[in-house]
Write a protein that binds this ligand. Structure first.
Ligand code: AMP
Ligand code: MG
Length: 499
């Protein structure tokens, strides 16, 4: 165990529990957050607190900073660091675990959903290896901005409840301010959690974990004829929906390791993730992804690969007959890709405003994307402005093309295709608006906000950007200064996880 100074026990913030801590000791280490020098609340997400049933309204900022900075354990908290393994860039690491994070507690919200409260950057744990257990201010604010933007986009995601400055400096590339982000998730069980136990040959633990996940997240599966196969299929369906949603908005996770793949299909572990500006399926931003394994267009394949790692851990539970287990699991993985492709095509059709399906739709979509790629057209602006062209204002979208005539030619075919769909233009536009946001977290704006916070202790750009991203599908969002793509000199080419 880690020797940390005693943490004060204090205020009640709700009826906290911890069902994960009821699992055997092999699943986690009991460890409290390590107190920090001078916790200061940078931002608290009061609307999220209310939504999940936290009772924090009467607490002063100082108390919130003490709790979400790890200096005070709220009443009923049972802090643990979770054990997990993971395939990182394809290589198996048998022991990762929460090296700088603590699952503080769980809480059941007014909606009946149980959620984890999880501190990241809260000090060393038995899983820390050489790490310092801390997080830097930049990545903490980055996770705050991006996870809340993801939520506003309507995409399954962990969320950010609080960002607290620790008042301590930590060593990264030089000395930087430390911070802690409190993350809210429906689960912190990852594919890597299953791998941790499977790699140790502990089939009983894998079964305990599967039963836990089914009971907590997928209770309907308890009565399925083959619950463990159904579990893989259900996780696969969640991942298909998740990755399709990422693709829809141009999101690149950047580190789709199995330890960053949630069993409930939420976007988790916002490291060097980024939204693409100009459309290019080969886009990679992450500085550590040298081979482009996690490039934008690879994400569905990687999700399938990660699901295969999950299925492998469950094979002995899926069927006594090894070959049958493998064949059934393989069928689930194939179904994943079918599922994904169906969802992706539906999104792309919606982005073009198409209603009833036609066989030529994929080619029509592809023709537009090919033009966009060749002419480096901004992905978000393209689809936002395309909707304006439905009602006779093509100037905006035309202006995105270096050779507008190529767009005009495509648009002739598109209008002819739209004319075969029943329904008024307003219906078409509404369909397009629902599929394509006006605003995404632009990398240059995110960098700008982080730099202001790190270099000048100025949180105003962070606050303003966070607000601007809160209603991404509103017409008003299109006129926000944050909606504009980067000028050439503003372009961010690489992002860093900063761990
Ligand atoms: P991540 O890249 O955040 O998904 O983390 C991968 C693994 O490295 C996890 O086991 C983390 O807990 C661990 N890790 C990352 N940063 C640190 C740190 N500063 N101290 C200790 N462990 C860390
Ligand atoms: Mg991780």
């Amino acid at each position: 165990m880690i020797d940390s100074p005693p943490t004060a026990r204090g205020h009640s913030i709700g009826a906290l529990s911890n069902t994960f801590a009821a699992l055997p000791e092999a699943f986690y280490a009991r460890v409290a957050p390590s107190p920090v020098q001078a916790p200061r609340l940078l931002r608290f997400n009061a609307s999220l607190a209310a939504q999940i049933g936290l009772d924090t309204g009467r607490l002063a900022a100082g108390t919130l900073a003490a709790i979400f900075g790890g200096n005070e354990l709220p009443a009923g908290a049972e802090p643990i660091a979770m054990a997990y393994a993971g395939h990182q860039f394809g290589n198996f690491v048998p022991r990762l675990g929460d090296g700088r994070a603590i699952l503080l507690a769980e809480l059941v919200g007014p909606d009946g959903i149980r959620r984890d409260l999880h501190l990241k950057g809260s000090g060393r744990t038995p899983f820390s290896r050489a790490g310092d257990g801390r997080a830097a201010l930049g990545p903490v604010l980055r996770e705050y901005i991006l996870s809340e933007a993801m939520y506003a986009l309507g995409i399954p995601t962990t969320r950010a409840l609080a960002a607290v400055a620790t008042g301590e400096r930590i060593l990264r590339e030089g000395s930087v301010p430390g911070a802690i982000v409190t993350r809210v998730a429906q689960s912190h069980v990852r594919v890597g959690t299953f791998e941790f136990h499977a790699a140790r040959g502990d089939t009983d633990a894998v079964q305990r974990l599967a039963d836990y996940v089914i009971a907590r997240h997928y209770p309907d599966l308890r009565s399925a004829p083959r619950p463990y196969l159904a579990l893989v299929a259900t996780v696969a369906a969640r991942q298909a929906a998740l990755v399709a949603a990422w693709m829809r908005v141009g999101f690149i996770h950047g580190v789709m390791n199995t330890d960053n793949t949630s069993i409930v299909g939420e976007t988790i572990d916002f490291g060097p993730c980024a939204f693409m500006d100009a459309w290019d399926p080969a886009t990679v931003y992450s500085a550590i992804d040298r081979g482009g394994r996690y490039a934008y267009a690879n994400q569905p394949l990687i999700a399938q690969w990660n699901l295969a790692r999950l299925a492998e851990t469950l094979l002995p539970l899926i069927d006594e007959d090894v070959e049958r287990a493998a064949a059934d699991a393989t069928a689930v993985l194939v179904a994943f890709m079918d599922d994904y492709e169906r969802l992706r095509l539906a999104d792309l059709r919606a982005k073009l405003g198409l209603g009833t399906p036609e066989a030529g739709d994929p080619a029509l979509v592809q023709a537009l994307l090919d033009l966009a790629r060749a002419q480096s057209v901004d992905h978000t602006l393209l689809f936002w402005r395309l909707a304006e062209a439905v009602i006779g204002s093509p100037e905006g979208v035309r202006a995105l093309f270096v050779a507008p005539g190529t767009f005009d030619a495509w648009a002739m075919a598109w209008h002819a295709r739209l004319a075969r769909d029943p329904g008024p233009p307003a219906t078409i536009v509404a369909r397009m608006r629902a599929a394509s946001p006006a605003i995404i977290p632009r990398n240059h704006q995110v960098e700008h906000a982080l730099r202001a916070a790190i270099d000048h202790a100025d949180l105003a750009p962070f606050e303003a950007l966070t607000e601007a991203l809160a209603s991404p599908y509103d017409e008003a969002a299109a006129t926000s200064p944050y909606a504009a793509p980067p000028r050439p000199e503003e372009r961010v080419l690489q992002t860093f996880c900063g761990t």
